[in-house]
Write a protein that binds this ligand. Structure first.
Ligand code: 5RP
Length: 262
């Protein structure tokens, strides 16, 4: 079964498996969203099943909640949990300071709230997510539907004074209709190509009425775990400044591959 995985899925799986090694008994965990985070949920479920690991998960989307529940991971709300030990999530891009672009899966709002309410955030990724400078991936901005065209115009006006390489903004669609997030909002994707000052952009975007949150995660991620298809896993800790070059055994149980829905 494992041999059928694409190289990218192997990389994602290995990063997820290594990151789940940080989970300890009794932890309250933020569960990210996306294809890499889905591997993490499966690896976590395996530890719950095989080792009797006791954890409580706070999912960052309805998709993740459904997957976690279906695999037997106890889940609760952030309001119930209040504060979390660790969040493990994917990312669309990370830079050398471990600043991130997130929201490719339209879950950035809950992801940012959950990661911010955690002692530690670990990002799991394949090597393609690593960039010298953020911005090649379109930056998602969650906006309320009311007056969204005005909000979009205000974002475009703001971008005129920002250090970015391009300034095109588009409403994210789901077929013929706007994509609706779990919080019933819209997403505007900012095609910027290069973001010169992500910290400044993150702050000013959130000053615009109608903007709920943006997908720039600044000073939130502590550790990135980068998987490679050949079994190499790089663990970079921004706080200690240490980078470890490890190998992770590719020997998943059949159980992990039983449910491959994202
Ligand atoms: C969802 C996210 C995801 O973490 C991000 O899009 C990465 O997804 P994937 O692991 O599928 O590449 O931010 O909102």
């Amino acid at each position: 079964m494992a041999a059928e995985l694409s190289p990218i899925d192997k990389a994602k799986f290995l990063a997820a498996k290594r990151a789940v090694g940080y989970v300890e008994n009794g932890m309250k965990l933020g569960l990210g969203t996306g294809s890499t985070a889905a591997w993490m949920v499966r690896c976590l479920a395996e530890r719950v099943r095989e080792e009797g690991l006791r954890v409580t998960g706070v999912p960052t989307s309805s998709r993740t909640a459904e997957l976690a529940r279906s695999l037997g991971i106890p889940v609760t709300s952030l309001d119930e949990a209040r504060w979390l030990d660790l969040t493990i999530d994917g990312a669309d891009e990370f830079d050398p300071e471990l600043n991130l672009i997130k929201g490719g899966g339209a879950a950035l709002l809950q992801e940012k709230i959950v990661a911010t309410a955690s002692d530690q955030m670990i990002v799991i990724a394949d090597a393609a997510k690593e960039v010298a400078q953020l911005g090649a991936f379109p930056l998602p901005v969650e906006v309320i539907p009311f007056g969204w065209q005005t909000t979009k115009a205000l974002i475009e006006e703001l971008l005129q004074s920002m250090d970015v390489m391009a300034r095109e903004c588009s409403l994210r669609m789901n077929g013929d209709a706007p994509l609706i997030t779990d919080e019933a909002n819209y997403i505007i994707d900012l095609h910027l190509k290069r973001i010169g000052n992500p910290r400044q952009l993150a702050l000013v975007l959130n000053q615009i009425p109608g903007v709920v949150e943006n997908g720039l995660f600044i000073d939130i991620c502590d550790i990135v775990v980068i998987g490679h298809p050949d079994g190499r896993v790089i663990v970079r800790d921004i706080n200690s400044g240490e980078t470890a070059d490890e190998r992770v055994e590719f020997a998943p149980s059949d159980n992990i591959f039983a449910d491959l829905g994202d």
